[in-house]
Ligand binder design. Structure first.
Ligand code: PEP
Ligand code: MN
Length: 264
């Protein structure tokens, strides 16, 4: 995006936003880590994950209450009940909570319970939803659509910024290609390009990019070397029993191992 309109999220924009680490009061010498189960399933599981985060110095917990599932017959999330559990657990361990909102009608409710709102890949160009979260004062994680170009991601962020909310965190989560060894193809080149063309922080969701966990440690190091401000990863106490994304969720031991490879 060059020689065009000056974007609010562009590099020349005069707004001075805090760095991602500063936003969540995290030491500048460690990457921001957002971790947690794909979905809130029950209090006990989320409590176990939150305790592991707390014990290992991770400050942001993710968990979906509204799940955008490919099949309508699959687990759709606990909705408000899930938000309540996430709220209770994040308060108990003094963690920032991150959760997805999928519908304009839910934005008010979700922002009452959560600290950070996530727009999922499937909704990256749901412009009405972007405008609605742009009216809140919560940080927004905007995930790249699985078939979206980098320019489209940047313009989607601009929709949010135009409503007044400049607290936007972009998230690379892989794009669709012909490759089948991974769930999506992790486009690492988007990281330095987004750094060059916007002033927004960028994180990488390793779990949804890869769809597998045996190569998460290598890719965590790779995306941080490429300049990512942080990573997101799915963690579940018993991944084999998870109601969604069972294959890609790390168990708590695997999560600790990943953290140690990135300097935690
Ligand atoms: C998620 O993070 O829970 C999720 C559904 O990811 P994505 O929108 O990137 O597919
Ligand atoms: Mn998931």
């Amino acid at each position: 995006i060059s020689n065009e309109r000056k974007l609010l999220v562009g590099t020349e924009s005069e707004v001075n936003l805090p760095k991602l680490n500063e936003m969540f009061d995290i030491d500048a010498d460690i990457p921001v880590v957002i971790a947690g189960p794909c979905a809130v399933e029950n209090f006990e599981y989320l409590d176990q994950v939150a305790k592991a985060l707390k014990d290992n110095g991770v400050k942001l917990i993710r968990a979906g209450a509204y799940k955008p599932r490919t099949s309508p017959y699959d687990f759709q999330g606990l909705k408000e009940e899930g938000l309540k559990i996430l709220h209770e657990v994040s308060n108990k361990y003094k963690l920032y909570s991150v959760t997805e909102v999928v519908d304009t009608r839910d934005v008010y409710l979700v922002q009452k319970y959560a600290d950070v709102l996530q727009i999922g890949a499937r909704n990256m160009q749901n412009f009405e939803l972007l405008k609605e979260v742009g009216l809140t004062n919560k940080p927004i994680i905007l995930k790249r659509g699985m078939s979206a170009s980098i320019n489209e991601l940047i313009y989607a962020a601009e929709y949010i910024a135009l409503q007044g909310n400049r607290n936007i965190i972009l998230c690379e989560r892989g794009i669709r290609t012909f490759e089948t060894k991974t769930r999506n193809t992790l486009d690492i080149s988007s990281i330095p390009i987004i750094k060059r063309e916007t002033h927004l922080p960028i994180i990488v969701d390793l779990s949804h990019s890869l769809g597998r966990k045996d190569i998460v440690n290598q890719l965590a190091k790779a995306v941080l070397a490429a300049g990512a401000d942080g990573i997101m990863v799915e963690v579940h106490p018993k991944p084999e029993l998870a109601l969604s994304d069972s294959k890609q969720q790390l168990n708590i031991d695997e999560f600790r191992g990943m953290l140690s490879t990135i300097g935690y």
